[in-house]
Design a protein around this ligand. Sequence first.
Ligand SMILES: [Zn+2]
Ligand SMILES: [Zn+2]
Ligand SMILES: [Zn+2]
Length: 283
Amino acid sequence: MKITYFGTGGGAGVPEIFCSCRVCEVARQRRGRDIRTRSQAAINDDLIIDFPVDTFLHTLHGGLDMRKYHHVLITHSHFDHFLHQDLFSRAKGADIPLNIYVTEGSAKQVKQVKEAREQAFATGKRIRTDEMEIRIHIVRYFEPFCLLGYRVTPLRAHHAANVESAIYLIEDTEGGRRLLWAHDTGLLPKDTMEYLAEKGGRLDFVSLDCTLERGNCITAGHMDLERCLDTLNWLRGCGLADSGTKAVISHIGHLLGRTHAELEAEAAELGFITAYDGMTIQI
Ligand SMILES: [Zn+2]
Ligand SMILES: [Zn+2]
Ligand SMILES: [Zn+2]
């Protein structure tokens, strides 16, 4: 199982457009791993996680070719994870369906955009969004489903009020590998912990949200390094993670106050790999 990180930034990316903090200035000067675009990843070469505003940038500079992918898991509807408007730029007449897996709340937004798009050119020929072959599948927390060779379980995230947010347990049913994708969540909610403890199984890989400055959790909807460590230790305590589990931090913003090299060194001491745009990990 191969995991490719196209984007590893928090909501605003790094450098933040209007920011002059040290981390953003270093990113502007050094570029490379200090640049972080918005969150998006691929599992092997057939499953995409999230479709953010930077899908276009990943297409331009990150080697992403969305024409190859026909299945996209969406975590939640914040624009740094799901720019649903971009779906309808899909070429008319696309002959292979693009399957989008979303919670019910996100699906409603897609419907609104779809309808607006159909009305947009009302004076000329109407846009037929059906011809774009975009299929929306509603996912529900704790209800596993199968796609390609994966068994996917949406779990409840602890993120934002009024936004249904999922994290995903993804099992490669052929290769027997298992990963937990947990971004845009604070400490895991009780029902998600109970589900994982009971039915999760051993994880080969875990990718955790690390948006906040260490020791300064200004919101409960994201994590800092300490909360990532608490989460990893909890997974270890339940037998879900062990020394062979690769643990990654991503969704990293300038709020951490660390350049990539600084964060990489600090996180490594705690047993974490620090993601960067373009990173690929094999498990
Ligand atoms: Zn986010
Ligand atoms: Zn900044
Ligand atoms: Zn979010």
